[in-house]
Design a protein around this ligand. Structure first.
Ligand code: MRU
Length: 349
């Protein structure tokens, strides 16, 4: 096992009274944390992309429920607070639609609430901290399993940011790349990931914090990079994995999967078990978040009197299992998931 060294960067920190959230929108220029003392603030931090990445969104939401209970429940047996906490949970659930980790974490918190009808704060906090710690542990486990698969790889391409910033720490796809790099330096390429530029602003910055050299490419350079023979694997995270192995991830992942097939490059999806949606049989049912067209359109076109220039801004896509070579979770690896899906992981040790 890799030694769990101190995490280079943490997107979420619990202070005892508040949740500190690294404002990822300001990276790499500025390392600035905002402090939240209520669930509405946390929901807004998620919706506005201060915190992003499926596991980090789930962890933030769990702490958001703790803050809600701290605010509304005084532990004196008073009534009414349950409705206020329920409304906050709805607010958190509405913050973003695609990452299933959000709903998974809220479900856990609701179960704890139901089990502690008088004074739930301590139990909720214990649960949120456990979700956070488990995510870090899962990332280290995935890192080792994924690095085994990359044993002979010379170069990898990653997309979006699936690193410490997007998780409790260490990262899913970047955890695999970190672990592989510790064993033997490999060439790491990162796609810039339009329109939010998670690759350019977050991934290469985060890797540099760890002394891992990375080469940024325009998203549109991926086919040519593959054609050059410089990469063996595309390694990405996921926002939701369906039972049949279809995987939703940042828009552009599906394009990379199609390109990879054409060029004989393999595709690895690394994600914790909390990213598997056991209620979603195939990727067809996954809700794809559509964000504002203002994220795409140059300002000069944003005039509502000009109906001829529009934009379409889906921020996730679904890669069919048939294009995925390996799904790596902390519970084990599924090679060639087409057909079997991830069912075998459900009760695996
Ligand atoms: O819109 P974002 O930045 O929240 O999208 C994040 C991604 O798509 C990540 O690749 C995914 O959540 C995996 S993070 C470990």
């Amino acid at each position: 096992m890799t030694m769990q060294k101190k995490l280079a960067v943490q997107s979420l920190q619990w202070t005892g009274q508040a949740l500190k959230v690294l404002d990822q929108r300001q990276l790499p220029g500025k390392l600035a944390y905002d402090e939240y003392t209520d669930a509405s603030g946390v929901a807004e931090a998620i919706a506005s992309m201060r915190v992003r990445g499926a596991p980090a969104i789930g962890i933030a939401a769990a702490y958001g429920v703790v803050l809600s209970a701290m605010q509304h429940c005084r532990g004196d047996g008073g009534s009414g607070w349950q409705q206020q906490v329920a409304a906050d949970i709805e607010r958190l659930a509405a913050s973003r639609p695609t990452a299933v980790n959000l709903f998974w974490a809220l479900q856990h918190m609701q179960e704890v609430l139901a089990g502690h009808p008088k004074d739930p704060v301590a139990a909720l906090l214990a649960c949120a901290e456990q979700i956070h710690a488990d995510d870090v542990a899962a990332n280290y486990a995935m890192g080792e399993l994924g690095a085994d698969i990359l044993a002979d790889a010379q170069g990898v391409l990653t997309h979006c940011n699936a690193g410490a910033l997007a998780t409790g720490g260490y990262g899913t796809a970047l955890g695999v790349i970190r672990s592989a790099y510790q064993r033997r330096p490999i060439s790491v390429y990162a796609g810039e990931t339009r329109p939010w530029l998670q690759g350019a602003r977050l991934t290469v910055w985060e890797l540099a914090q760890d002394g891992i050299a990375a080469t940024l490419i325009a998203d549109s350079a991926a086919a040519w990079l593959m054609k050059s023979g410089k990469i063996d694997w595309v390694v990405v995270g996921a926002d939701r994995i369906a039972v049949n192995g279809d995987a939703a991830n940042k828009i552009g992942t599906y394009s990379l999967a199609v390109l990879a097939k054409q060029h004989g490059v393999k595709l690895m999806v690394a994600a914790p078990m909390s990213t598997i949606d056991w209620n979603m049989e195939t990727g067809d049912g996954i809700e794809i978040e559509q964000r504002s067209i203002a994220e795409l359109l140059p300002e000069a076109y944003r005039d509502s009197n000009n109906p001829l220039v529009n934009a379409w801004n889906p921020v996730f896509d679904v890669t069919p299992a048939a294009l995925i070579d390996a799904i790596v979770t902390e519970r084990g690896v599924v090679l060639n998931p087409a057909g079997q899906g991830v069912r075998g992981l459900k009760h695996a040790d």
